[in-house]
Design a protein around this ligand. Structure first.
Ligand code: NFS
Ligand code: SF4
Length: 635
């Protein structure tokens, strides 16, 4: 199998091979064949009588020592993955909410309220009085309400209940999956999946859905507060891929997730004093900040910072020999980075107390002194730059233009150029007329198990040709950005006639002088809720619920437990959700059946597992067609 279809990735990996450096692909090869028990979800280590395993082929024992059968093992495993994903997004969101609170109390001077309109909108939505109150008072109440969403309450989470359709709330109530606390939902999932608690696979899966809805609340909160503190994204043009590194600059990559770190480093990197220091060290182009993974998406949208790469190819940024510091916060950061950094002059800098990596320099990041920490980080990068070996610099000359920053507000803003009074009308009219056949949200990671970007690239072309409007978040955004799919040229090249006409009309009306890009970059993984917001607005306007819309989701190359949590809430939200990698559930007929079929009777959404990208696109188009028929539209 080819490692990637991205020439920059391939060139960097070749550098690694020449230098005898192991990358993620070598370590994957060393793991093969991977364990069939684990791959099918049929191993359990939840107690010390284990490990227990059940053969997926039906030979050998049919249950673990305690009697847990295949269905119990698999459902518990997937439920714990959802809980871990929710804990990740929850941790991120809580960090944001604490910072908003500190900002309101005057304890985080580097985090002013940047978007007062968003603050007011969120406040009004969650029931905080905004009438004649000052911003800090409103922010204090918003942060407090957000933090209350973490522990158990006697009411549904405000961040979820106020952002979905009435129909969804009713469905969630009917099946008893309304979470009443983000942290308590995670705790409950851990409890019910531990030794000797829940042994009913369907009940366990309903628990997983409840937890996934807590994940949705956390994601929505993280996005809302990021916009309040750093500004709601608006479309910007920037570039993506390893070619954005500069030979004559101090190159700093910001990798991880939370804009609390990356946004401040991006701001400080613009300071004249910092750039003068870099120049004094011999970097004639000053400081060049680039992004990796989701925090890269955050600063791409808000600061036009170019995206170096994402996800599975994160090591390649170091392999260019031109990266002076890799600065990380948390999540999706391979521990291998420190070893690879050591093969070069690259300084790995950890910043969060919960995410240290041996041999990295740890510069702890505190909200109270954020810019001070950011300066220290940049100075450390400048020191590392002095040790760079110019002979080992090999930056692939590969990068693409990428338009980013299509927040819900930005999309509505663009549509309002077409119809000021009723911005959704042009979108809905075009869906009804069939010019827009449906909508697909691409999300999730790149995985070593699939040729990097191959699924994204094949699927987007097929869907766009069939007039499906494409939205993207997370490392899906990264993939599309690197391959030039986030450009007006891609619209001209790949969009079907109806889609092209709409993207053109909106782009022209918005004064872009051309069409909107083929793929609309909606942000990081927590920003999947931005896409959900658009779907909810359309559903409300049409007076239908989400499970009736011709809207689908796809994670063609998923990796993380966060992706499992997001996929699960997408299904609960009523979306047919494609996965391009088989999750560890095949060991249980019951779980496989519930996730791919029965879930539909409960929530309208379900998983479509299809590793072949062309077949996956066909299946999604068929689903869209079916839903159009359901709404009485041309199919
Ligand atoms: Ni989402 Fe984003 Fe990327 Fe996957 Fe990781 S960075 S939060 S989990 S790998 S898309
Ligand atoms: Fe084995 Fe049951 Fe313990 Fe799991 S919980 S390790 S199946 S005995």
């Amino acid at each position: 199998m080819e490692k990637s279809i991205d020439n920059a990735t391939l060139s960097a990996v070749e550098n690694a091979e020449i230098s005898g450096i192991q990358t993620v692909w070598d370590r994957y090869a060393a793991q093969l064949p991977q364990c069939g028990f684990g791959e099918t979800g049929l191993c359990c280590r939840h107690c010390m009588q284990g490990p227990c395993r059940i053969s997926p082929f039906g030979d050998g024992p049919k249950a673990g020592v305690c009697g847990a059968n295949a269905d119990v093992m698999v459902s518990r495993g997937i439920s714990r993955a959802v809980a871990a994903g929710t804990a990740s997004h929850g941790g991120h969101a809580k960090h944001m909410a604490h910072t908003l609170l500190k900002s309101a109390m005057g304890e985080a001077p580097d985090y002013p309220i940047r978007d007062e309109a968003k603050l007011k909108a969120v406040a009004n939505r969650i029931g905080v009085n905004t009438n004649k109150r000052d911003m800090k008072a409103i922010a204090m109440d918003v942060a407090t309400k957000a933090l209350e969403d973490f522990s158990e309450k006697d009411s549904p989470l405000v961040c979820a209940a106020t952002t979905v359709t009435k129909g969804r709330v009713d469905t969630f109530l009917k099946f008893g999956v309304v979470p009443t606390g983000i942290d308590s939902a995670i705790a409950e999932s851990m409890h019910r999946t531990t030794y000797g608690v829940d042994s009913d696979p369907v009940n366990i899966l309903l628990g997983a859905i409840r937890c996934a809805l807590a994940d949705y609340a956390a994601c929505h909160m993280a996005t809302d507060i990021a916009d309040i503190l750093f500004g709601t994204p608006t479309p910007v043009a920037t570039r993506a891929n390893l070619g954005v590194l500069k030979k004559n600059a101090v190159n700093i990559a910001l990798h991880g997730h939370n804009p609390l770190l990356s946004d401040i480093v991006a701001q400080v990197a613009d300071e004249k004093g910092m750039n003068d220091k870099a120049k004094a060290a011999g970097a004639s182009d000053g400081i060049n900040v680039v992004g990796v993974c989701c925090t890269g998406n955050e600063i791409m949208m808000r600061h036009k910072i170019p995206m170096a790469t994402s996800s599975v190819s994160q090591e390649t940024v170091i392999l260019t020999g031109a990266l002076d510091a890799m600065v990380v916060d948390y999540q999706c950061i391979m521990p291998s980075l420190s070893g690879i950094g050591e093969c070069y002059h690259t300084q790995l800098i950890t910043t969060m107390p919960i995410a240290k990596i041996p041999k990295a320099v740890h510069i702890e990041f505190h909200e109270a002194t954020a810019k001070e920490s950011a300066r220290k980080i940049i100075e450390t990068a400048i020191e590392a730059f002095k040790k760079r070996d110019p002979n080992r610099v090999n930056i692939p000359d590969v990068s693409s233009t990428a338009f980013a920053g299509f927040s819900t507000e930005a999309i509505m803003g663009a549509l309002s150029f077409v119809n000021k009074e009723d911005p959704l009308k042009p979108l809905i009219d075009n869906i009804v007329a069939g010019n827009i056949y449906g909508v697909c949200l691409f999300a999730g990671c790149n995985t070593v198990k699939v040729t990097q970007d191959a699924n994204y690239s094949a699927m987007v072309k097929e869907l766009a040709k069939n007039n499906v409007l494409i939205l993207a978040t997370g490392c899906a955004s990264g993939a599309f950005a690197r391959h030039g799919f986030m450009t007006p040229e891609a619209t001209q090249k790949y969009a079907g006639p109806g889609l092209k006409a709409l993207l053109n009309a909106v782009g022209q009306a918005a004064g872009l002088g051309g069409p909107l890009p083929l793929v609309l970059h909606m942000g990081s993984c927590v920003d999947n809720t931005r896409a959900a917001d658009v779907a909810v607005a359309v559903a409300n306007k049409l007076g239908v619920d989400l499970h009736m819309l011709p809207v689908v989701a796809s994670a063609p190359e998923p990796v993380t437990e966060k992706a499992v949590a997001i996929g699960t809430w997408a299904v609960a939200a009523g979306l047919p959700t494609h996965l391009g990698v088989v999750p560890p559930v095949l060991g249980s007929k019951v779980v496989t059946e519930v996730l791919t079929s029965a879930a539909r009777d409960f929530f309208g959404g379900y998983f479509i597992v299809e590793p072949d990208p062309m077949k996956a696109a066909e299946k999604l188009i068929a689903v869209i067609s079916e839903r159009r028929k359901g709404l009485g539209l041309s199919a």
